[in-house]
Ligand binder design. Structure first.
Ligand code: SF4
Ligand code: SF4
Length: 477
């Protein structure tokens, strides 16, 4: 199958007839050009590095924090329990997870409408790990120009040692990332001891290996390709942009016509000579982790990392021009129109975000300290004992969602004389008990084939109580 598609160039062209009927052939997939990112210092890079280090520190440290005899954060899938510090959640509380996901979605919509792709540039794990890998690359192989020369050079001892060191350190970080990730699902203190002596579970080895490879390939090799071709957010975020969204943008009016000039040419003379402020130094392109030229306008590849702003500001400082040729701005501001911060769409997302956050905290505060599920045994309608009493069987699950052990009293109501064969159950904090219990009622109480009954559970200290409706079956007299 051909990997080329015929396209028609419809670009307005004063020389050619418009639209041109010339058909050109374009590659469906452009070959990847390796991007040698140049390191730059500046305000936004300091902010970005600080946020990267804080997030990475949080990721690596959280699974090590103990909480009693368990990790503070532990998504215990086999035990069907999710511990987050003092709170324990169960799969039955799936609704809370749904609220969390909705909060994340509205949060992302709100921040994108307000400030574009700041999530991508400052907090996305793909960017955070890629920046770490590039930072290491710079330390080992040197600045951009030296890295380009090194890659062009034939393999020698120096190149071999630098490449080996770089890939070894990348792999080390990738292994640490893989182990830490699995450490959120398996207690990391035992995992770290079990892995080298082959005592960990097969799934632990699989996921550690998977995330090691995933990190090494994504942050070391694929880098911007993940943002450009794999990330769905890059594709749909543009529909959330409006003319008041904060974007990184080049001020064409001020910068053009671009061109090289003497450094000490006074700004006024430069403007009289018809030159804009862009000296065409290419620095903004060299620092861009996705390899784009922001002077070509807003592009979906831009992750809003602001490296080009810092680069261009440093050039403006050297030239003695005002900063901000590339800056955070809005389309309206660029056209000299007022920017509206509070606009209906943004307010709508903010209101939706606040409502969902409120509902989430209300649901968390309102959750009972005990979980109580009752299911009637469907295999058996009912049976009668030697005294003629009617017996129904139920499967009961009691989950202690509290931080202390509890003894619960079980009882039933809704039928005269109804009793349970189990009246008390002990459940340690965070644990659950499943049991089969029998409810017994005198035959004379049964007046219809199916009676509604209520099963009650109450902690012996009295401030935890729950009840569940069920049915009691029996033949009429
Ligand atoms: S860094 Fe600034 S001056 Fe240099 S090319 Fe980019 S926009 Fe022009
Ligand atoms: S264009 Fe600027 S802000 Fe956008 S990704 Fe490149 S360096 Fe970052």
């Amino acid at each position: 199958m051909s990997n080329k598609i015929p396209t028609q160039d419809v670009t307005p062209d004063p020389v050619k007839q418009y639209p041109s009927d010339e058909t050109v052939t374009q590659e469906m997939y452009a070959n990847r050009k390796h991007i040698y990112v140049r390191e730059i210092k500046g305000l936004f890079q300091r902010v970005r590095r600080a946020s990267n280090w804080i997030l990475m520190l949080g990721f690596f440290v959280l699974p090590w924090i103990p909480w009693g005899d368990r990790p503070a954060i532990w998504f215990n899938f086999p035990g069907r329990e999710f511990h987050i510090f003092s709170a324990t959640f169960y799969p039955q509380e799936f609704m809370l997870l749904s609220w969390l996901l909705i909060i994340c979605a509205f949060g992302l919509f709100f921040i994108t409408v307000f400030a574009g792709r700041v999530w991508c540039g400052y907090t996305c794990p793909q960017s955070v790990w890629t920046f770490l890998f590039i930072w290491l690359e710079h330390r080992i192989e040197g600045p951009r120009n030296r890295r380009i020369k090194l890659d062009k050079r034939k393999l020698d001892a120096d190149k071999l040692s630098r490449k080996t060191l770089k890939h070894s350190l990348w792999l080390l970080i990738a292994v640490a990332t893989g182990i830490t990730f699995v450490g959120y699902f398996t207690p990391i203190r035992s995992l770290i001891l079990d892995l080298p002596v082959l005592q960990a579970s097969g799934w632990s080895y699989f996921w550690v290996g998977f995330f090691t490879l995933f990190t090494y390939l994504n942050a070391g090799w694929l880098r911007e390709q993940v943002c450009i071709y794999m990330c769905p957010y890059a594709r749909f975020q543009s529909v959330m942009f409006d003319r008041d969204t904060l974007i990184v943008s080049y001020d064409t009016q001020r910068g053009e016509p671009r061109g090289r000039r003497k450094k000490n040419l006074p700004h006024a003379e430069l403007q009289a000579a018809g030159l804009g402020d862009c000296i065409d130094c290419d620095l903004c392109v060299q620092v861009c982790p996705t390899g784009i030229d922001i002077r070509d306008g807003l592009q979906y590849e831009c992750i809003t990392c602001a490296a080009c702003i810092d680069a261009c500001d440093s050039v403006m400082d050297k030239m003695g021009y005002p900063r901000g040729l590339i800056r955070y701005t809005t389309e309206n501001a660029l056209e000299g129109k007022p920017t509206h911060i509070f606009r209906p769409r943004l307010i709508g997302y903010l209101v939706a975000l606040l409502i969902t956050i409120g509902l989430f905290f209300w649901a968390v505060a309102d959750r009972s300290a005990v979980g109580f599920d009752v299911e009637r045994d469907r295999n058996q309608l009912y049976r009668a004992n030697a005294s003629g009493e009617i017996i129904n069987t139920y499967t009961v699950v009691v989950r202690n969602l509290d931080q202390s052990d509890h003894t619960y009293q079980l009882s039933a109501s809704g039928l005269p004389g109804i009793t349970l064969d189990t009246s008390e159950v002990n459940v340690p904090a965070g644990a659950s008990r499943q049991m089969v219990i029998e409810a017994k009622a005198p035959a004379e109480s049964i007046t219809q084939p199916s009676h509604g009954i209520i099963l009650h559970i109450e902690a012996t200290n009295g401030d935890i109580y729950l009840e569940r409706d069920s049915r009691f079956l029996g033949g009429t007299r």
